[in-house]
Design a protein around this ligand. Sequence first.
Ligand SMILES: NC(=O)c1ccc[n+]([C@@H]2O[C@H](COP(=O)([O-])OP(=O)(O)OC[C@H]3O[C@@H](n4cnc5c(N)ncnc54)[C@H](OP(=O)(O)O)[C@@H]3O)[C@@H](O)[C@H]2O)c1
Length: 312
Amino acid sequence: MRTRPLGSTSLVVTELGLGTWGLSGDAYGPVTETDRLRVLEQSLAVGIRLFETADCYGNGAMERLLGERVPAEGTVIITKIGTRLDAEPVRKDFSAAYLKEAFERSRERLKRETLDCVLLHNPSSVAVQRDEVAGVMNELRESGALRAWGASTGTPHAARAAISVGAQVLQIPYNLFHRKELEKLEPEVENRKIGLLARSVLAHGLLCGTWPATREFGVGDHRRERWTKDTLRRRLRQLVAMKPLVTEDVPSLRSVALRYVLANPLVSAAVLGPRTPFQLAQLVREAGKPPYLESDRVELLRQRLEEAGVET
Ligand SMILES: NC(=O)c1ccc[n+]([C@@H]2O[C@H](COP(=O)([O-])OP(=O)(O)OC[C@H]3O[C@@H](n4cnc5c(N)ncnc54)[C@H](OP(=O)(O)O)[C@@H]3O)[C@@H](O)[C@H]2O)c1
């Protein structure tokens, strides 16, 4: 498994990381305990050394699992804090007091004296710019309890705000149907040497091109609310833009999607979301090796996506 530096932090991460939202059962519906463990064990077996989670995934269960099963030596665990599951309704809390409490709980569950990297979990640009936020995260670093911090954000606005207050790592959605956010952030990411984690590289599975136009999602699957029937049909039609990129060495749309992300030198790692050992094996195999997609193929892909009206 190849590695890349996580921006200007002292951490080095494998290019493929295992995200645990899907495995928690919170995102796409239930996952059996057997599959959860097998995906984790198989990730370690194929050389994945980057694991991504959040204190709220499975109400702490995913952190606990990683703490128990992932060896401390040679691995990087990224967790996220700032969501209060104890509030009704669930809400965000990035106050200094809550961040400190949540940090200690994550540290206990992950069984690490020093946490590798903690991200603020979907903060708004206003929340991230409050003085106490950077203050508390920098304090944790200076005390030796934390190696790096950053934010997982959903908008360029929030990402830029996080960079402006000193975030060293950003996690953003980045995939063939969602490229513009990173394009807007490129100068800051490059100049500040931000460690960049790309998530949702398959657009929640859509980019694999294996769904029928009539695909329906079960209760408890976040995709049920994400797309209307018409939007999903339109999105599936747009996949035609990727098809000419499938060749002998890039064997599927899934492979095109994954390699597009890995071909971007600004990306430190692609955080994957397999829910079964079979999916994990496919992803690892089809990620291939450098050059993931040559620049002329990347350019062709960009043109075809523009013509297909993706991101308009
Ligand atoms: N705000 C945040 O911080 C945030 C938000 C989102 C995600 N994340 C992190 O990023 C990770 C990945 O995000 P994501 O779930 O959006 O990722 P994704 O990789 O775009 O989508 C995951 C889904 O893709 C499908 N899939 C995976 N491997 C496949 C394969 N080999 N063939 C066909 N389909 C496959 C599965 O769908 P089916 O279930 O239909 O099989 C799976 O549930 C999450 O686990 C989480 O840790 C963080």
